[in-house]
Design a protein around this ligand. Structure first.
Ligand code: ADP
Ligand code: SR1
Ligand code: MG
Length: 426
């Protein structure tokens, strides 16, 4: 059925959209998958569970093992066939899972089989009690290792795919391959950097409460100046192999395991886009918390935990990233012949990390804004049943995000950003 290529990605003769029934035939004809199931294919349970925005995800469980099979169809699932989208995204997700998995195996599920023509990936099933982080946050669960694990993942994947580690020859080769994921990048350009700032039929917000707030975003010239700068960075800065969609719905967790899934938007882009996605989504969880029924003391403690996790993630990331740089620094960016004394090394590291911090704040703010006045909102806020209460949470989050995008260069530390979030009033 499918023939393996040199990069471990097989190619079927042609594309077919699968369903729970035809998937069984595919599994039977694919030794790389049936062997994971212990070749015991009688009585397999196959369930489609995709609750993401784009793809179809099947959980396959049998007596001999389990596997997750993900297939991309040529459109955006949450909108429908009216929004066509390349199914090549499954190929970029595959090669990124493999590369990020090589660099950080503790936090990325293993790929067992991939089929480029079928736009299909078979990967490790992250069994219960793994749940999507966003759902855990909505339920008020604390994850004490989250900051340590995610800072590990971003530090390792970003550092090792940047010019701090790679030669320009190797880096350019990789950049060229990932230029192929242009359609996914263009989707992000539209829904994060353009649509929230113009009239678009895809935009929505909690109306009528946020009508004037959405209009204010569309008529704020300073905000437009900033989003233009961030968009140009997103399009032009090929800094590292980024995940490209690192929100809290792309992470599965238990109390001691953190697994990053779904890197179909991956490309060589600005590092701050990944860090900002994670931090921005934690800030959304923070602002949403006031809208969820909860005892006052418990709410206060949970919001403190979220802010502590934001602080720890950045601070640990910075420490780990600098350590990797000090221990290695073998890339072409800062040649030892030029940067040959500790003073100049300190100078460039400080400048690099300061710029990365401000990029992360800017992208984090952009990610927050799009989830409030653009397409594809987040469950943290959407699950607040009372409309007026939800609108009040969204207003505070939006005001904070606009301030963060405009004033990001004035922040010297993550603790100052966290303090600003705590002080944010409607
Ligand atoms: P999309 O690309 O559509 O956003 P996701 O990759 O986010 O799809 O997956 C959708 C859902 O499928 C996730 O929210 C999660 O519940 C489930 N899922 C995806 N991958 C796995 C996995 N490896 N193990 C267990 N569940 C998974
Ligand atoms: C139509 S926008 C869909 C969104 O879902 C994905 O997870 C990305 O965040 C994308 O922007
Ligand atoms: Mg997803």
């Amino acid at each position: 059925m499918a023939e393996a290529k040199g990069n471990g990605v097989a190619e079927a003769s042609e594309f077919r959209a699968l369903d729970e029934k035809s998937l069984l035939d595919y599994i039977k004809a694919t030794p790389a998958i049936s062997s994971v199931l212990g070749n015991r294919l009688e009585g397999l349970s196959i369930k489609e569970v995709g609750d993401g925005n784009l793809n179809f995800v099947y959980i396959v469980v049998g007596d001999g093992g389990s596997v997750v099979i993900k297939q991309a169809l040529p459109y955006v699932r949450c909108i429908g066939e009216s929004w066509p989208m390349t199914k090549e995204r499954a190929y970029f997700e595959t090669i990124t899972l493999k590369e990020h998995g090589r660099l950080c195996p503790e936090h990325v599920p293993e790929v067992y089989h991939a089929d480029r023509k079928m736009s299909l990936i078979a990967m490790r099933y992250l069994k219960p009690p793994h749940i999507i982080l966003r759902k855990g946050l909505i339920a008020g669960v604390k994850y004490p290792l989250l900051a340590d694990h995610i800072s590990d993942y971003v530090a390792k994947t970003l550092y090792h795919t940047s010019l701090l580690h790679l030669s320009t020859t190797e880096h350019k080769k990789r950049v060229a391959e990932y230029c192929g994921n242009v359609e996914m990048c263009r989707l992000t350009e539209q829904v994060i950097f353009s649509d929230p700032y113009q009239i678009s039929s895809y935009n929505r917000w909690t109306s009528p409460y946020l009508d004037s707030d959405a209009e204010a975003v569309r008529s704020d010239n300073i905000l437009k100046l900033e989003i233009a700068e961030l968009k140009s960075m997103f399009c032009e800065k090929s800094q590292a192999l980024i995940h490209g969609d690192l929100h809290t719905g792309s992470i599965m967790v238990t109390s001691d395991s953190t697994q990053v899934i779904d890197p179909e938007f991956a490309f060589y882009g600005p590092m701050g886009f990944d860090i900002g996605a994670f931090l921005g989504n934690l800030f959304l969880a923070f602002f949403a918390k006031d809208g969820h029924a909860c005892e006052e003391q418990e709410r206060h403690e949970y919001k403190r935990w979220l802010l502590g996790t934001i602080e720890d993630t950045w601070n640990l990331f910075e420490k780990k990233f600098i350590t990797l740089w000090k221990e290695d620094g073998s890339g072409d960016a800062y040649l030892p012949g030029v940067y040959n004394n500790s003073d100049v090394q300190l100078l460039v590291r400080k400048k690099y990390m300061k710029d990365l911090f401000h990029d992360s704040l800017g992208f984090g703010a952009a990610k927050m804004i799009r989830r409030i006045v653009g397409v594809a909102h987040v469950e943290d806020l959407e699950s607040i049943q009372d409309t007026a209460t939800r609108a009040a949470c969204e207003k505070r989050a939006l005001l904070f995000a606009k301030m963060l995008m405009k004033d990001r260069r004035n922040f010297q530390s993550i603790s100052q950003v966290v303090a600003a979030a705590e002080e944010q009033r409607a």
